[in-house]
Design a protein around this ligand. Structure first.
Ligand code: FES
Length: 80
């Protein structure tokens, strides 16, 4: 199975994150361990959408949002 990279700045994959979550780590601990979200910040919204407090790791819109390069507007997509 192909790996899905969540954080390109620190080369953190979806599997890396899910493995740490299975070990009982919080998303904040994973951020501290891997640097997730501490580079350009582009992955922070995706990580929150998948594994944050109200996240859904099976959210199908992740695959569309992962390709969204216009993160500067702050607008939410696909919520209507
Ligand atoms: S892609 Fe994760 S901090 Fe840049």
């Amino acid at each position: 199975m192909a790996e899905i990279t969540i954080c390109y700045c620190f080369n953190v994959t979806k599997a890396d994150i899910e493995e740490r979550l299975a070990e009982g780590k919080s998303l904040d601990e994973i951020r501290a361990d891997t640097g997730l979200g501490w580079g350009c910040g582009g992955c922070a919204r995706i990580a929150e959408k998948l594994w944050g407090e109200n996240g859904n790791p099976n959210d199908p819109s992740f695959y569309f949002n992962a390709m969204d390069t216009d993160s500067s507007s702050g607008a939410e997509h696909g919520t209507d």
